[in-house]
Design a protein around this ligand. Structure first.
Ligand code: EPU
Length: 318
């Protein structure tokens, strides 16, 4: 495992003479990774720090803030909210580090980080050359980007640049968020952050206390025809808009309907408040968590004909 603390260190590491053993795995906090085995190769651990305002890019309504890949994501969110910069507040308390945010296009409560990212600085793991990806070059999708597909492990993100608003307009489209903010008082950036924290703490298990990787599966993107057919049979099924021709189904609801919520097999289980989250109650192996996820996929497929796609990256032989 190679601990990378500065960009210079990373460039030197990846330069043309690089003899790092392959395969390589870039690992942040590991918040979205399930190990079923030891990784037989080199783990690259980017730990570049520092949050700064990029002075040159000030304009009347926005500011560009950049952060090193190793900055704890929620520290960055707190830093921006404390300065009255809007854009990241709905993404409060998501575990992990800054470097993973463009890779995964993290999202919650009606906001995705792609809305704020203007560019990503990355180093080629082949030769250490620096490459800037602007927003469109990141090819963002739902929990997806170029860094998960053709550039997987080929580029190490070192710094991410966010355009934030100095006159924030809040996104309270998610009903329970608006409700929670109103309970706290005024509709302010600080209250949105507090409300998101309250909702997450109430609904999602804290990975510091009990093993979990947040949503284990993505919500399910299906054609409009499939969604309409299911909606006739299950009128209460939540359906969300997606790109043209497609709808998004709440995978948590599908899993819940199959009776999995709160179920436990040994130390591997399904969270009692959110069926999309798998839990390690203590000593479950990665394989046992994986096997549970496969059982869940099978039953959702049998009942609804929908193929659940994992959000979590599985490492190791299964
Ligand atoms: N639902 C159920 N039963 C469940 C879970 C959900 O019926 O056990 C229903 C809810 O009642 C609601 C719908 O499914 O009608 C959607 O549920 P929720 O609003 O809780 O959000 P989600 O779609 O399950 C997504 C993200 C979360 C994010 C929340 C809030 C994905 C894969 N997950 O979950 O992200 O926090 O929305 O925006 O998109 C993560 O990615 O790790 C994560 C936690």
């Amino acid at each position: 495992m190679i601990h990378i603390r500065t960009e210079r260190e990373a460039i030197a590491l990846f330069n043309e003479n690089n003899n790092i053993n392959k395969p390589q795995l870039i690992l942040g906090s590991g918040s979205n990774i399930l190990f079923t085995d030891n990784f037989k190769g080199t783990i690259l651990y980017p730990d570049l720090r520092g949050i700064k305002i990029e002075e040159n890019d000030y304009d009347d309504e926005s500011v560009i803030v950049s952060a090193g890949a190793g900055v704890i994501w929620d520290d960055l969110v707190e830093w921006t909210v404390a300065r009255g910069f809007g854009g990241l507040e709905n993404l409060s308390l998501i575990p992990g580090r800054v470097g993973a945010t463009p890779v995964q296009n993290i999202g919650a409560y009606g906001v995705e980080v792609r809305e704020s990212i203007i560019k990503v600085k990355a180093l080629s793991t082949d030769d250490g050359s620096i490459r800037i990806f602007n927003n469109s070059e990141c090819e963002f999708g739902y929990r997806d980007s170029i860094f998960k597909r053709k550039n997987k492990n080929r580029f190490l993100v070192t710094r991410v640049y966010y355009r934030l608003s100095t006159r924030p307009s809040l996104n309270l489209n998610y009903d329970s968020l608006k409700h929670e903010v109103n309970l706290l008082g005024k509709e302010t950036l600080r209250n949105v952050r507090h409300a998101v924290i309250n909702i997450r703490q109430n609904k999602l298990p804290d990975p510091e206390l009990i093993g979990n990787a947040g949503s284990f599966f993505k919500n399910s993107v299906v054609t409009c025809a499939v969604a309409e057919k299911l909606k006739i049979e299950y009128p209460e099924m939540p359906v969300f808009e997606e790109r043209e021709g497609y709808k998004k189904l709440a995978s948590g609801w599908l899993i819940d309907q199959c009776g999995w919520k709160g179920k436990r097999k040994g130390d591997a289980g399904v969270h009692e408040k959110q069926a999309l989250v798998l839990i390690n109650y203590g000593k479950a192996t990665g394989k046992e968590i994986y096997d549970l996820s496969e059982e869940i996929r099978k039953s959702v497929n049998e009942k609804f004909g929908v193929d659940l796609v994992r959000e979590v990256e599985v490492i190791g032989v299964i």
